[in-house]
Write a protein that binds this ligand. Sequence first.
Ligand code: SF4
Ligand code: SF4
Length: 422
Amino acid sequence: MSDYREMWAGLGLDLKRHDELMALLGRFYPAVYLSQENRPAGMGYFDFVISEVHGLRVKELSDHKAAGGFVAGTFCVFVPEELILAAGGECVGLCAGTDFPAADGERVLPRNICPLVKSAVGFKLARLCPYFESCDIVIGETTCDGKKKAWEILGREVPMYVMETPQKVSNRRQGIWLNEIIALKEKLEETAGRKITEDSLAEGISLVNEKRRALARLYELRKNVPSPISGKDALLVSQIAFYDDIKRFTAKVNELCNELDERVKAAAAPRDGAKRIVFAGCPMAIPNWKMHHVVETSGAEVVCEESCTGTRYFTNLVDENVKTIEGMLVAIADRYVKTPCACFTPNTERLDNIADYAREWRADGVIDYTLSFCHCYNIEHELLRERLDAAGVPVMHIETDYSMGDAGQLETRVKAFLETLA
Ligand code: SF4
Ligand code: SF4
């Protein structure tokens, strides 16, 4: 990696602790990722992105700002990237997947809170994340209690804007969300100092739809038996989708898929005969690879993630046939409000989706993954278990955080579950 220390210092990072964080990633990534055999050559790009995780992309964001653009940070797949792009912004996901800054988060948050929220707030307080420090606006939402209350604390540190997500799945929710989208458009125009136009919004919609199509293609390829790509590699691609340059990312995912097409034709994929697992539940923000590593080093393969770092990110496109700004805003609201997150009630569509995914991805079983203290997904497990029992799909529930302290115990439980699968 080039020397970015001057840039990091300019962003105000705590360089000593940032070095420690980078050193940790530098040890962790080869052990989890580069140790895999027979990886697609196309993963080389994504390895490169990780090698430059706080470097090249942050430099690109800095150049974008210098050229008059802005950077918006988000935490939820409900926040429409199309609008940010249309206003001349770059969108970066700020959800965090490591317990490295957990103690920093606990300075202002309770200990018994979701590790994702604690980690994200901790990164800001510890001045460890160059993406956070690049943001001109940080957009939160009123999804779970942990997030919406954390925004009040985080708002002391960053220019925070909060969208109000409708809590109930009813025919009123589309109108509520449309009003929030219209208000966000105005806020982004104020941040950017320019208006969103029909052309810029149409382009934003088209770019994000293309990214979704590429990811959907990747997930379709994983339906093959054996899957032409490991679950760990596919998860990494999903995680990088949240902050990479959108055009380059989409092109690289399509290149990877071209290679996977050839692998499928040649049946030259790894892990033939391995048990196939669908993950469902909480997002796995980068660099949270813990459960995929446990499952795939236990002899199984992960073939799909029903999560916001998975299918919920790319399912459904925004209608590209509307031409007015008003029509496009409605189309955006229509697409996003359908996202079946456990924060909303009732959420039966998600349960049906998981049962369908188990069949479509030819899974032997489902692992329902809940982050500690995530009440929404934790409580929804009971309903999911009933739904999957009715569909004859074996399911196990795992509740864990970002620490590696329970990795051995999780491995034992996963192996026991795999043995029960026919
Ligand atoms: S799980 Fe829910 S709250 Fe979290 S990113 Fe997904 S949609 Fe947003
Ligand atoms: S994982 Fe659950 S508790 Fe954590 S931020 Fe997402 S919805 Fe909230």
